[in-house]
Design a protein around this ligand. Sequence first.
Ligand SMILES: NC(=O)c1ccc[n+]([C@@H]2O[C@H](COP(=O)([O-])OP(=O)(O)OC[C@H]3O[C@@H](n4cnc5c(N)ncnc54)[C@H](OP(=O)(O)O)[C@@H]3O)[C@@H](O)[C@H]2O)c1
Length: 250
Amino acid sequence: MDFDGKTILVTGSTRGIGAAVAELFLRRGGSVILHGRKQEQLDAALARLPNSTARASGIAADLADPAQCRALAQSISELDVLVNCAGIFRESSIGETTLDLWNETIAVNVSAPWVLSQALLPALRRRQGVIVNVGSDAAVLGYAGCVAYCAAKGALVGLTRALATELAPDVRALCVCPGPTETDMMQASVATAPDPEAARRQWASYPLLGRVAAPAEIAEAIVFAASPGARYLTGSIIMADGGASAGKRV
Ligand SMILES: NC(=O)c1ccc[n+]([C@@H]2O[C@H](COP(=O)([O-])OP(=O)(O)OC[C@H]3O[C@@H](n4cnc5c(N)ncnc54)[C@H](OP(=O)(O)O)[C@@H]3O)[C@@H](O)[C@H]2O)c1
């Protein structure tokens, strides 16, 4: 069990990819701190976990607020792995993007990982820890209609490389970039499209593998990045996108 005796914080683990990550770390022997905005959602996520709940706990914080990010970090004394998975995706063209939408997207997707990494650094250094940021294929591909999200995920890749450079060899930092994945985030995008079925087919057509991912498939890549098997990887950008960013068959 790679994570026996290890403590892992997974932000945004009430559902979606983060919930699958939390579950996989628990199966691999870790003690996991789940996180989401609201205590009720956290309690429901904890109740859904199979068997290993003795090693699972939860802390609520709204990561759009830097003060709540710092309070979350201050409530954790020992940490081996920080997974910055919480994220928001708001569709909006360049012309329609308001400053509020821009600021909220940057706050949750980039500023929170930075504040948490900074505040939890002493704990991570003590344990030769790992930071895994959850990016997106939108970090390296332009998607029409989500300018703030593309900018935020691109910045998260830059943050990851800077952290890796400054913190080596004590703390590793990596970014796992999922492609389209079957979660509430993707379902919300499909549901608001003019033709939801066409939108679903379109998402599935981007990856070379011809389908969207299951959250558990992305969790495998994230847990690998944090594992001893990845001990020679730092600053790596792991594209877990079914080949969406690798190329196009023409
Ligand atoms: N799904 C995809 O197709 C896809 C593709 C590429 C990258 N990603 C990235 O993968 C990560 C997980 O996405 P997902 O699809 O699993 O998303 P999701 O199903 O929408 O879940 C988002 C999680 O983030 C938390 N969260 C959102 N805003 C927050 C805030 N202000 N403060 C604290 N927590 C907040 C949510 O907690 P609450 O319960 O409090 O709402 C929830 O646990 C994100 O970083 C996303 O950008 C997803």
